[in-house]
Design a protein around this ligand. Structure first.
Ligand code: FAD
Length: 290
């Protein structure tokens, strides 16, 4: 199913994001987890691409298995950074040959060993160019990334929004946001996006705080700010993993409930491959689908 058709008929669309196991781990390790995720009946599962530069080839394989064997709609993430034109075309063909219908098309970050990577030498400098190409070459439903707090490379949030509008206009069906912890920032972003003429569905990315140190690291990489309320929670419980997990789940539930009350198109849960904690969140929110 093309996910845009789902967004037209269901609100909120509940989706999970998982990442492929690193290359030194057997691929099968993800399939045990998928058994548990399947029981939670998400509307779709997306599979990240790259995991720090490795495991790229596993994304399509896992996304395909989610669809064919687990009978859950899936979406493969795809970054074009460092790929040749031939590699990009071959990946697009593989997605279609595997019967996949959805892709999250991204530019990607500089490779870890090349922090000064020059994107002007990349086949596509921006995701919008990749999206234009995918649109011409395939019938895939195309999602793209949005940044409620602005992308870290953008000197001005306003410029990032204008770039987002141009990206959507090249053929984006729906947007998935970078994680954020303060809903007010998301609502403000939505208002400004709508006033610029962005009308496609926008599903917010929510990452529950399972571990304080991990969240601090991820937030610093992607530029997400941590509100005072969450800083206090992490300072209080960060030293005790069980208490932190409980408090993190509580915070995520509060955030998600507020988003749902405010009529969001979807909730995209960044599960960190943790099915048990994901279940707890859905149970607390009465979101477990029958
Ligand atoms: P773009 O949309 O190209 O934007 C990148 C920067 O360029 C922005 O600052 C933008 O404002 C600017 N820009 C865009 N167009 C123009 C223009 N015409 N002129 C000037 N400036 C312009 N990374 C992975 O490696 N694997 C993943 O699986 C993955 N999944 C992600 C999922 C989500 C939901 C999100 C939000 C991010 C994900 N990322 C992933 C991270 C992503 O690859 C990085 O954030 C990357 O730096 C930007 O990718 P993009 O597609 O948003 O880029």
């Amino acid at each position: 199913m093309r996910l845009i058709d789902l967004f037209k008929t269901k609100k909120p669309v509940i989706s999970f994001e998982i990442f492929p196991p690193k290359l030194d781990m057997p691929l099968d390790s993800i399939y045990d987890k998928l058994e548990d995720f399947k029981k939670l009946k998400p509307d779709f599962i997306s599979v990240t691409y790259g995991a720090g530069g490795s495991a790229k080839d596993r994304t399509i394989e896992i996304a395909s298995k989610i669809k064919k064997d687990y009978k859950i709609e899936s979406m493969a993430h795809f970054t074009c950074v460092g790929h040749s034109k031939e590699e990009i075309d071959s990946l697009i063909d593989s997605l279609e040959n595997e019967g996949l219908e959805n892709v999250l098309a991204l530019r990607g970050d500089p490779p870890r060993d090349q922090p000064d990577f020059d994107f002007s030498k990349n086949v596509y400098q921006y995701a919008s160019q990749l999206i234009e190409h995918i649109k011409k070459r395939s019938n895939l439903c195309i999602a793209a990334a949005a940044y409620a707090e602005g992308h870290v490379d953008s000197p001005r949030i306003k410029d990032d929004l204008i770039n987002l509008k141009n990206k959507v206009d090249t053929g984006v069906d729906f947007l998935v946001t970078q994680l954020f912890f303060d809903n007010r920032i998301f609502y403000d972003f939505l208002d400004r996006a709508i006033s610029l003429g962005i009308t496609c569905p926008v599903t917010p990315g929510i990452m529950p705080v399972f571990r304080a140190d991990q969240i601090k690291r991820i937030a610093s990489l992607c530029g997400a700010s941590i509100p005072a309320q969450l800083v206090i929670i992490m300072d209080k419980y960060g030293g005790n993993p069980d208490d932190m997990l409980k408090a993190g789940i509580e915070y995520a539930c509060m955030q998600i409930q507020d988003l749902i009350d405010n009529g969001v198109d979807g909730i995209h849960l960044l599960t960190m491959n943790r099915a048990k904690s994901t279940r707890k969140i859905l149970e607390n929110l009465n979101l477990l689908q029958k």
